[in-house]
Design a binder for this molecule. Structure first.
Ligand SMILES: Cc1cc2nc3c(=O)[nH]c(=O)nc-3n(C[C@H](O)[C@H](O)[C@H](O)COP(=O)(O)O)c2cc1C
Length: 187
């Protein structure tokens, strides 16, 4: 089992880092692609170093390696998640403008009809951004805004992050205990 994980240059890089940690804990392989700005966001928003984040992944792929296995639809995976997903990366995927490996891998994921989950953080949203997201939803992607719920009574930021990571894993049918489900006694 392996999942393609894209980290792009939006605020909320903690979501991507936590996803890599959780996949590792669950024994699910991760193929990581980071944009240049995502690397910058790691240093800006966290006390992690970019190479430490990359070391959480099973494999890291250079974002400009178009000869990578991930540049082909034949790469077998559970699908792909981009978290956080910048509006620029949303626009690139929506237009099929694959000028980096992250965009190309997302394009391939869509054309092969594998699950593609995009986690934008941007707010507020303009009409162009909303249209791009509608285009992607119509093409089969899941738009999963980084908008954590509060019904599970989060006590710390980590609980909010885990809610979004958990909701993302739900799309892939991956079992986890990252948040308490509403009125679900089964745990
Ligand atoms: C501190 C900082 C925060 C940013 N936050 C966001 C954001 O939340 N959403 C977004 O769409 N872009 C955000 N940007 C702008 C993107 O980084 C920029 O559009 C960049 O081109 C994205 O490139 P990438 O998608 O290839 O990583 C932010 C930039 C900086 C420096």
């Amino acid at each position: 089992m392996r999942l393609i994980v894209g980290l792009s240059g939006a605020s909320g890089i903690q979501y991507g880092i936590r996803m890599l940690e959780v996949l590792r804990e669950l024994g699910i392989e991760s193929d990581l692609i980071m944009t240049d700005v995502a690397g910058m966001m790691v240093e800006l928003e966290t006390s992690w170093k970019e190479n430490e984040v990359a070391a959480l992944a099973t494999r890291r792929h250079d974002n400009f390696d178009f000869a990578s296995a991930l540049a082909s639809g034949g790469f077998r995976s559970l699908g792909m998640v981009v978290l956080p997903c910048s509006m620029k990366t949303i626009a690139g995927i929506a237009c099929g403008f694959s000028d980096n490996l992250l965009l190309r891998a997302a394009d391939c994921t869509l054309k092969e009809r594998r699950p593609l989950v995009l986690v934008p953080r941007e707010t507020p949203l303009n009409a162009i951004q909303l249209r791009n997201m509608l285009t992607l939803a119509e093409a089969g992607a899941t738009i999963l805004p980084a908008a954590p719920g509060f019904y599970h009574r989060p006590q710390e930021i980590g609980h909010l992050v885990d809610h979004i990571v958990g909701k993302t894993l739900d799309i892939f049918g991956i079992e986890h205990h990252l948040y308490a489900r509403w009125k679900d006694e089964s745990g």
